[in-house]
Design a protein around this ligand. Structure first.
Ligand SMILES: O=C(O)CCC(=O)C(=O)O
Length: 269
């Protein structure tokens, strides 16, 4: 059965133009205060819970944990978070920004930047970490903050138009290389970074090739974020190992699809 209901989003033509020009965009008040309160509760539960399917990428005290206390695939253990991760409003926003005919879920993760002994998330691109064949797959992340963020507790910064520099090497986030040294011709044509403080319940979307960074958290409270990664329908699996695709029954060279990568938004006919 076809779905002919237009999904309402806060995305305007100005957001779409900005995203396509710069490779990222800020969208305020993606969720209401009631949704924010509910999502905070769910995320606290999921980050505490030792789930069957979600995976923590490091333990307290580890080098990666100092950068990010991260849990991947929260939606697979927490049905409440699943409602947000699969939210049609979010996925339709991603579809409008990219212009894709369809948007699939790739995965979600909780990204807590812990207080004390906190390190910045170094400049990196996301695409080099993902097991996809296309060098410019148009994949994108929604970074939805549950706390007000600024330079003191881990807000993000982006280099406008850096998504046009192509896919560079993946950075070791715990022992980072200098991403800018991988840019052909040095830094000459790299734009100045833009720092993006946000109010809780607001978000950014960024292309998987856009250079981005998050400040260390020097406050005494965790910075809490739900990030959702989306793939335009048709992006193909490379077969490389990845925590999200291992054992998911995907075939190299074939578009990513199936129940772990549901189509969440599609163009109406
Ligand atoms: O939250 C952070 O510190 C970094 C997030 C990030 O790199 C991402 O969402 O791609």
């Amino acid at each position: 059965m076809e779905n002919h209901t237009k999904i309402q989003t806060p995305v305007t033509q100005a957001h779409i133009d900005f995203y396509r020009e710069h490779g990222f965009v800020q969208i305020d008040d993606l969720i209401s205060p009631d949704e924010l309160a509910e999502l905070r509760e769910y995320m606290e539960e999921a980050m505490r819970h030792e789930g069957d399917f979600s995976v923590a990428t490091d333990k307290r005290g580890g080098a990666y944990y100092r950068v990010l206390n991260q849990k991947v695939n929260l939606w697979r253990d927490h049905a409440g978070i699943g409602r947000y991760t699969a939210h049609p409003r979010f996925a339709e926003a991603a579809r409008l920004l990219t212009g894709a005919s369809g948007i699939r879920l790739f995965h979600d993760h909780g990204l807590w930047k812990m207080p004390q002994d906190s390190k910045a998330t170094p400049w990196h691109q996301d695409t080099p970490y993902w097991p996809v064949n296309e060098s410019n797959p148009g994949m994108l992340s929604l970074w939805l903050t549950l706390d007000d963020v600024d330079e003191r507790n881990g807000c993000m910064a982006f280099v406008p138009k850096s998504n046009r520099m192509g896919k560079l090497k993946g950075i070791d986030l715990a022992n980072p290389q200098n991403l800018f040294e991988f840019v052909e011709g040095g830094r000459a044509d790299v734009h100045q970074p833009v720092v993006v403080p946000l109010k809780s319940g607001s978000c950014t979307f960024h292309d998987g090739l856009t250079f981005h960074y998050a400040h260390a958290n020097v406050t005494d409270r965790p910075r809490r974020v739900l990030a959702i990664i989306y793939a335009p329908d048709g992006v193909t699996y490379s077969g490389e190992p990845h925590i999200v695709t291992d054992g998911a029954g995907l075939t190299p060279g074939v578009p990513i699809a199936g129940p772990r990568f549901p189509l969440l938004a599609r163009q109406l006919r």
